[in-house]
Ligand binder design. Structure first.
Ligand SMILES: Nc1nc2c(c(=O)[nH]1)N[C@H]1C(S)=C(S)[C@@H](COP(=O)(O)O)O[C@H]1N2
Ligand SMILES: [Mo]
Length: 419
């Protein structure tokens, strides 16, 4: 059992759940000694990699059809803790086949269009400018929607990775786009930005008023952005759907109308009132338990720490409640510091499992008071029923219903959203 620094007092306060602590190490038999079998010398690596006993990986899959994507992988949220996603496990959505292999010395960024002074930057020139670092999540607009996972066997997502893994959280470092735009001098009539990726085929139009927090990033968790994530530079648009965060960024074009060039840009969100909404705003409030979830197996009754993530494109997560009895009662989970705006927020709750079948779920509230609907409430708002959605898996984008996980008596866990 892990006890996180700073969480210790809270952990001890949760004494009730701990009263009949059934795990926590095997008692030492007197005279027993530590055996160091299996202790073999390793190697010093110039660039470290995980232990060979660790098997965590990204699971790439391809899908065709309307949501065609050739390079897509989720973050294995069920294997991770804290709020920072290791760079090598950041989710990937690339519409070209493989990450382009750009030579950073040759790469240039252009700022053009309705500006007084068009600008061109090499990576080195960009790095000389005043920089900012920000921890924030990137989430694909389609994350959690069953539309994105039915390609995998037609049964809908089973695991938390499959259902919600198209969100990750990193510390991004770079230059505020607003600084570059100020330098270039935006003309009065300008109202839109068009970001363009250097691999060809990916552009996105962003209303100028959404651009304030956008970073032209060249570092991710301290080091150079990984090729999959847009090396050598990308846009990072906190709180907005991931498609705004153009990877392999080569051009920002200032204009007075949306470009309507990319497939995703024409992708729409059907609102509950039936009207379509273009140009997606901030991601909704969402949370999920990450342990225990499908794929985990609880060895037996006793103490467990339930943990998970909550996030919102609208700002800070204020509250996460967890139910361990199928939604009858809810308890406030502990929010682990740091709790940052538009970032993943880690929550924890001590739990004593009695060994009976039960359903675990979380619901969060953000600083604007936005929460998560139940699946029934959400279906009703869209003029559908849970049964219809179960049949078709045609759930909308911006899908953020409360995610239930069923713990079976044998300790296995299932995705219980539709059952
Ligand atoms: N150049 C380029 N930028 C892109 C894309 C792309 O295919 N090409 N995919 C977009 C989409 S839909 C998402 S969700 C995010 C995913 O970022 P990631 O692959 O770093 O997780 O990148 C966006 N930026
Ligand atoms: Mo996306």
């Amino acid at each position: 059992m892990k006890i996180k620094k700073g969480g210790r007092r809270q952990f001890l306060k949760q004494g009730a759940a701990m009263a009949s602590l059934a795990v926590g190490g095997t008692r030492l038999v007197s005279g027993q000694n530590i055996v160091s079998e299996g202790l073999r010398p390793g190697r010093h690596l110039p660039y470290g990699v995980p232990s060979r006993f660790e098997t965590t990986k990204r699971d790439y899959f391809n899908r065709g059809g309307r949501y065609s994507m050739t390079g897509s992988a989720g973050t294995p949220l069920q294997d991770l803790d804290g709020i920072i996603t290791p760079s090598g496990l950041h989710f990937v959505i690339s519409h070209g086949a493989t990450p382009p292999d750009f030579d950073p010395r040759q790469h240039r960024l252009l700022i053009q269009g309705m500006v007084d002074r068009p600008l061109i930057f090499s990576l080195e020139e960009l790095k000389r400018l005043p920089s900012v670092s920000r921890i924030c999540f990137l989430e694909c607009g389609g994350n959690s929607s069953y539309r994105l996972s039915t390609g995998r066997g037609g049964k809908g997502p089973r695991t938390v990775e499959d259902a919600h893994g198209r969100t990750s959280c990193s510390e991004w470092t770079g230059v505020l786009l607003s600084l570059l735009l100020k330098e270039a001098g935006i003309q009065k009539r300008a109202s839109w930005l068009v970001g363009e990726g250097a691999e060809g085929g990916w552009t996105i139009s962003i209303p100028l008023e959404f651009s304030e927090e956008i970073i032209v990033a060249y570092r991710q968790n301290g080091e150079a952005i990984r090729p999959e994530q847009g090396y050598p530079m990308r846009l990072v648009a906190p709180g907005l759907p991931g498609d705004h965060s153009v990877k392999w960024l080569r051009r920002v074009y200032v204009t007075n109308q949306p470009h309507m060039s990319s497939r995703d840009e024409r992708g729409v969100i059907v609102r509950p009132d039936g009207r379509e909404r273009l140009f997606k705003p901030e991601m909704p409030a969402k949370s999920t338990i990450t342990f225990p979830t499908a794929g985990h197996k609880l060895p037996g009754p006793g103490f467990y720490e339930i943990t998970g993530l909550a996030w919102s494109g609208a700002g800070v997560i204020r509250r996460v409640e967890v139910s361990t009895d199928g939604g009858r009662t809810w308890k406030d989970a502990q929010l682990q510091e740091p709790v940052l705006s538009k970032a993943h927020t880690r929550f924890r709750l001590a739990w004593n499992w009695d060994g009976e079948e039960t359903v675990l779920q979380s619901r969060c509230t953000d600083e604007k008071g936005q929460g998560q609907p139940t699946i029934d409430e959400m279906a009703r708002a869209f003029g559908a029923t849970k049964e219809e959605w179960k049949e078709t898996f045609d759930t909308p984008t911006y899908f953020n219903p409360i995610q239930p996980w069923r713990v079976n008596r044998d300790g296995t866990v299932d995705n219980a959203l539709f059952s």
